[in-house]
Design a protein around this ligand. Structure first.
Ligand code: DQA
Length: 148
């Protein structure tokens, strides 16, 4: 099973960026933990601060079994990312470290949620693991529950 973990703008600074909101774990910690937790999944990890680069990676991984996507601030603004997700086959799960609904009102709306399989917010790094588990379950149900 192939899964893309895609992170958007400013998430390269995780660990030092607003730790009260986003915690102290880094993207390297996330990669280490997910690879250890899911040894049978073939992961690709990408982060970009650029909207076009995120779109290019979504296109490149359109045939993946699933995508876990924290689009960060672009979540709230980007029609282009919404269209990219709608254009590809791979199921996408939207993830946010913080509970965006408990924060500023401009974070309450997601441009991408309606084209994602599901949304997880407010559970920190655990959200990425739960999203990956959901993608596994989705793949198993599509395959009639016969494979892992
Ligand atoms: C975020 C929430 C966004 O509103 C914010 O712009 C981010 C991170 C989160 O993971 O909680 O950069 O996506």
């Amino acid at each position: 099973m192939r899964v893309l973990i895609l992170n958007g703008p400013n998430l390269n600074l995780l660990g030092t960026r607003e730790p009260d909101t986003y915690g102290t774990a880094t993207l390297a910690d996330l990669e280490h933990d997910l690879r250890a937790y899911f040894p049978n999944i073939q992961f690709r990890f990408e982060q970009s601060n650029h909207e076009g680069r995120l779109i290019d990676v979504l296109h490149e991984e359109r045939g993946a079994d699933g995508i876990v996507f924290n689009a960060a601030a672009y979540t709230h603004t980007s029609i282009a990312l919404r269209d990219a997700i709608a254009a590809i086959e791979a199921p996408v799960i939207e993830v946010h470290l913080s509970n965006v609904h408990a924060r500023e009102s401009f974070r309450h709306h997601s441009m991408i949620a309606s084209v994602c399989q599901g949304v997880i917010a407010g559970l920190g790094m655990t959200g990425y693991r739960l999203a990956t588990e959901a993608l596994q379950a989705l793949q198993q149900s599509e395959q009639g529950g016969n494979q892992s």
